[in-house]
Every structure is written in structure tokens, then in C-alpha cells.
Design a protein around this ligand. Structure first.
Ligand SMILES: [Zn+2]
Length: 457
């Protein structure tokens, strides 16, 4: 144990050093402001008899200064590498815990504290979560804090950021602990069919988590309140009524506490399902843009995307994951079980191996996950265009989101890495829609003056 204690102290010192160096990172530059804050409708995208989709798209893209685009490309492409580093770093942590037998030591400690199996599982889970939190800190700090600040996307100083991470750790210990206790109970009682029952329990757990998320989890990090500015809510609720969405409130979240990103989402399940806009969107989005975004979110709602993901996509993924586990856990234990001092699949010390196998699965499946999400996002885009009739709002939104997403990837790049259609695809589709609906815009006062007139955006 003294060896482990010393290793832990070394790691803590490393963590603190890293944290200190992170704190000295240069203050956020104004990268975010380099994107045009007010996006006007360029002449080539104004309605006219010779409206051209490609020319309109290019005119919008030309509004992005070269430096802003270079910065957002670099940020987003760096994210591709982070997928790989996250995977390798996480795998290394699992291998350290197994090969140095730290996992076995954590199990032994839990067994010394109590003889009651479910409690042993919970204690082990807490030890494991803290160990991974500390070992993972260097990369987590770089990825979540230093890098975000360097690109001007983060608004937190180190203290509040680290506190958010700690809250996440505590939620993981409690919620993850419940799941792990249930799963190991199943494995010990049903040694042959555990993977089947484990998938079902994991599905139920996922549904409950999504259900409680907007009401009990999000408020741990942010303030969420019904939005009560009728200038903004009235057109949104009108759009909701027109689309048979029984919404009485639109919610806002103070995301600016953590980030400069603009976003909105549909969260929850059944009674807790709701549309939430973040305050960055409210502050910087034009009225057209806000309506376009809300049309998109309503698309997620009307097209039942949450239900389709929860009841169709994830069950398949979870069954596949458990099937893979059943096969590969037996295989690995036969080879290395003795070396790792793991007595069987019912032994809690197996957790790092489970995480390692699932992370390989997740890494390989990255394009599948992205394509599932991107397909739904594309559907929501089309629904949103038809519902809001704001193609220029869509283009403005795409440019704002371009602060942290590469605007114009190649097709293979988009397939593998994009969980939303690229900014280019979104603007192009919006301009295509506009070209087919030009009669809606003729005789309307130019949106250029309408948008520019609303000052604070
Ligand atoms: Zn969406």
C-alpha cells in the first residue's frame, strides 16, 4: 500500500503542477468575436430572378474572415486527434490499473471495509472513479480547460471549471454506482445470461437518466428558467402551436457561465421533454436566427428523435456492446486473469477491463455514432427550414456555429467526424430551399436592415 500511496501523492503533485500551469494560460483572446456578430444577407443571397444557390452560399461563406476560419479549422481538426488521444490515454489508464494490480488492491480494500457485496461494489466504484479522475486529469485539463481558453471558447477560470468537474465526478460515483451494483448483482446471480439482462437494465438506466437530466442533473451545473421575454417567446410559441407542439414555456440556460458557444437543445423524455435555448444564442442571435434554431429543435421534437435514439438505436448498440463483452471478457481472463488477480467476471476488479473493451468498441464505432446523430440533425434542419421559413437565419446560425466547427470539410471527413452537417452543407441546403421559395421573400423588407437594426446582436 505504501507504494500505491506514494504513487498517488506523485500524481496529486503532477495534478497540482498541471493545474497551476493551466491557470497561467493566456487569457482568452477574442477569437469568438472574430466571426461576424451581425450576419447580414449578402447581395448574392438577396431574392432576385437570377438567384443562384452556389453564389449565395459562397457569398455567405465569404463573410467569415480568413483568420477566424483558420482558427476554427485548427480547433476542430485538433478535435479529430483528441478522439485518438482520449482513446489511447484511457486505454493506458486501464492497463496501468490492471497490470500494476491497483484494481485488485482497490477491491481488497473494499473487501476489508465491508463483507456486504453490493457495498463492496459501491466502494470499489468510488475508488475506481477517483483514480481515473486523477490519472485522467492532465489530458482532461488540457482538453477541457487550457485548449478551450486558448481558443477563446471558455469563460471559466480554473477554480470554477475544476469544481464543475468535481461535481461531475460525484454524479458519476452516485449514478454509476447504482448501475454497477445492479450489473454485478446480475452477473453473480445469472452467470450465463447476464449479458442479456445487463443490456436490459442498462437500457432502463439510460432512459431514466435522460428523463431526470433536465430537471435534476442540468441544474447542478447551470441555472435554467422559463424565458419570459414575450418579444422572443411569442414567435417561438406561435411556431410551436403551428406545429402541434404542446409547449407552454421555452427555457433558457446560463451557458455563458462556461462557454461562448451558441446552442439550443431538446432534452428530457415524456413529461420532462423541453426546448432550451442558451443565453449566448439569445444575446447574439438575430430574430431570424433564433427562429431558425427553434424550428430545428422543434424538428427533433416532432420527428421523435429522442424516442428513436432511445428505443431503436441505443438498444442495438447496447446489445452489441454486451455481446462483445461476454465474448472478450472470458477470452482476456483466460490469458491474463491470474496476472491481474481477477477471479472471474463477477469480480469487481474487472471494471478497468470492461471499460477498456467498451472504449475500443466506442472508438471503432465513432463514425456510426456520428452518422446516426448527423442523420437526425439533417432531418431536423429540413423540418426547421419548412417550419420557420428562415433560410437566412439558418445561414447566420451556421456561421455562428462555425466559431467552433470547421465550415467546409471533405465528404469523407464529414462522414467520419461530423455529428452535425457542416456549415457549408447547412448554408447550401438553406439557399436551395430559398431558391425554391423565392416568392416568400419578394416584397418583404430586406432582412439586412431588419437584422442590422436590432443593434445588440
Ligand atoms: Zn439538432
Amino acid at each position: 500500500m505504501t507504494l500505491h500511496a506514494r504513487a498517488l501523492v506523485t500524481l496529486l503533485v503532477l495534478f497540482v503542477c498541471f493545474a497551476a500551469s493551466a491557470q497561467q494560460a493566456p487569457p482568452s483572446s477574442n477569437a469568438a468575436n472574430e466571426m461576424p456578430s451581425v450576419t447580414t444577407v449578402p447581395p448574392a443571397a438577396q431574392p432576385s430572378p437570377n438567384f443562384n444557390v452556389d453564389a449565395a452560399t459562397e457569398a455567405y461563406l465569404a463573410q467569415i474572415p480568413a483568420s477566424a476560419r483558420a482558427r476554427s479549422d485548427a480547433y476542430f481538426e485538433g478535435g479529430y486527434w483528441l478522439i485518438l488521444w482520449d482513446f489511447l490515454y484511457g486505454a493506458a489508464i486501464s492497463l496501468v490499473l490492471l497490470n500494476l494490480r491497483w484494481s485488485a488492491a482497490m477491491r481488497n480494500l473494499a473487501e476489508r471495509i465491508t463483507r456486504y457485496k453490493p457495498l463492496q461494489t459501491l466502494i470499489y466504484w468510488a475508488e475506481y472513479s477517483v483514480a481515473v479522475f486523477i490519472l485522467g486529469a492532465p489530458l482532461a485539463i488540457y482538453e477541457g480547460y487550457t485548449r478551450e481558453r486558448a481558443y477563446g471558447l471558455a469563460t471559466q477560470t480554473f477554480g470554477p471549471w475544476a469544481w464543475d468537474q468535481t461535481k461531475g465526478l460525484m454524479i458519476n460515483i452516485v449514478l454509476g454506482g447504482l448501475l454497477v451494483m445492479a450489473l454485478f448483482g446480475i452477473v453473480r446471480r445469472l452467470p450465463r445470461t447476464w449479458w442479456l439482462w445487463g443490456s436490459i437494465v442498462s437500457m432502463a438506466f439510460l432512459i431514466v437518466t435522460v428523463l431526470i437530466d433536465p430537471v435534476y442533473l442540468q441544474p447542478i451545473f447551470n441555472k435554467i428558467a422559463p424565458l419570459n421575454d414575450p418579444k422572443i417567446t411569442q414567435p417561438i410559441l406561435s411556431l410551436a402551436r403551428a406545429n402541434a407542439i404542446p409547449a407552454r414555456d421555452v427555457y433558457q440556460i446560463d451557458a455563458s457561465k462556461q462557454t461562448t458557444r451558441m446552442s439550443a437543445n431538446v432534452s428530457g423524455f415524456g413529461q420532462t421533454m423541453r426546448i432550451t435555448m442558451n443565453d449566448n444564442l439569445l444575446r447574439r442571435g438575430s430574430p431570424e436566427e433564433i427562429q431558425a434554431v427553434m424550428g430545428h429543435e422543434m424538428g427533433h421534437y416532432v420527428l421523435n428523435h429522442v424516442y428513436k435514439a432511445l428505443l431503436l438505436f441505443f438498444p442495438i448498440i447496447i446489445f452489441a456492446g454486451f455481446g462483445l463483452l461476454k465474448w472478450s471478457l472470458d477470452w482476456s481472463l483466460k490469458r491474463w486473469g491470474e496476472k491481474w488477480q481477477i477471479c472471474g467476471i463477477g469480480d469487481i476488479a474487472i471494471v478497468p477491463l470492461v471499460v477498456l473493451i467498451l472504449s475500443i468498441f466506442g472508438f471503432v464505432m465513432t463514425p456510426v455514432f456520428n452518422t446516426q446523430t448527423r442523420t437526425q440533425e439533417r432531418e431536423a434542419d429540413m423540418y426547421g427550414l419548412n417550419a420557420s421559413r428562415q433560410p437566412d437565419g439558418v445561414a447566420q446560425g451556421a456561421i455562428h456555429l462555425g466559431e467552433y466547427r470547421k465550415m467546409r470539410p471533405g465528404p469523407v471527413e464529414e462522414f467520419i467526424f461530423y455529428d452535425h452537417p457542416s456549415g457549408y452543407s447547412r448554408i447550401h441546403r438553406a439557399m436551395q430551399w430559398k431558391a425554391e421559395n423565392l416568392q416568400l421573400f419578394e416584397g418583404r423588407p430586406s432582412q439586412e436592415s431588419a437584422t442590422a437594426g436590432s443593434g445588440q446582436h
